[in-house]
Design a binder for this molecule. Structure first.
Ligand SMILES: Nc1ncnc2c1ncn2[C@@H]1O[C@H](COP(=O)(O)OP(=O)(O)OP(=O)(O)O)[C@@H](O)[C@H]1O
Length: 226
């Protein structure tokens, strides 16, 4: 396998810990994802995919077990360092893309750079426009995102996820709201970016046709990798 980018060692997670409603949803998850891989995460509704993605995305902490990202053991990091690592190492693409509809495509893609560096400059705008070119949106770069199609909005979300050049992109049902043709185009775009730039992708999907076209499928059932 290629160099490891993400390593999970016996990760467990429970909700409502310490209450009568305590429920364990992840059981001893071991996972090793190499640099440059494109991995699908599948499983029935309620199997723990979003919980696992939140833990890998450093939005939630495991109850027990260890998570290494870019070689760093994350459980020993304080909140400030976790936030930094999340910003540097991970780009997020969601089914509802959470774009700012009153802003242009370029402004949306500039947003992570702005949050990192504080004030806008020409190099940010140029990088945002270059990324929009990579996702096929050059002619829409000055459009308000409220004025473009769902598929185009998802392309903006992908460009935004790439803004800080993270080694890992986490995509939660990125094609869930799209028709078959647009879903296929978005998947092929992510595959192309993965091949060209070596960015690692972990994609949660219910679409088996797309999952089969990934390098590897990880299946969760009742909180366990099967
Ligand atoms: N914040 C929470 N508090 C309590 N239980 C939760 C919480 N979030 C999720 N769960 C429970 O954990 C289990 C796993 O949920 P999760 O959302 O991770 O599954 P999923 O595989 O992503 O499902 P889907 O495909 O429907 O999104 C479910 O039984 C869910 O009800």
């Amino acid at each position: 396998m290629a160099d490891s980018l993400l390593l999970l060692d016996k990760v467990c997670k429970s909700y409502a810990v310490g209450t009568p409603a305590e429920t364990q949803v992840l059981f001893d998850i071991d996972l090793n994802i190499g640099k440059g891989e494109f991995v699908a995460l599948i499983g029935p509704s309620g199997s723990g995919k979003s919980t696992l993605l939140n833990i890998i995305g450093l939005l939630d902490r495991p109850g027990s077990g260890k998570l290494y990202l870019t070689g760093q053991e994350t459980s020993i990091l304080d909140e400030a360092h976790v936030t930094n690592l999340r910003g540097e190492a991970i780009g997020f693409v969601f089914q509802s893309h959470y774009l700012l509809s009153a802003f242009t495509a370029t402004e949306n893609v500039m947003m992570p750079m702005l949050m990192q560096r504080g004030r806008p400059d020409d190099s940010m705008r140029e990088r945002a426009q270059r990324l929009l070119g990579q996702v096929g949106l050059t002619q829409w770069q000055n459009s308000l995102v409220s004025n473009i199609s769902g598929g185009q909005q998802q392309r903006v979300a992908i460009a935004r996820a790439l803004a800080l050049n993270p080694p890992l992109i986490l995509a939660d049902e990125p094609t869930g709201n799209l028709d078959t043709k647009s879903a296929d185009a978005i998947f092929e775009l992510m595959r192309k970016l993965n091949r060209e730039s070596g960015t690692t992708f972990l994609m949660v999907t219910h679409n088996m046709d797309l999952a089969k076209r990934c390098d590897r499928i990880i299946e969760l059932v009742d909180g366990r990798v099967v």
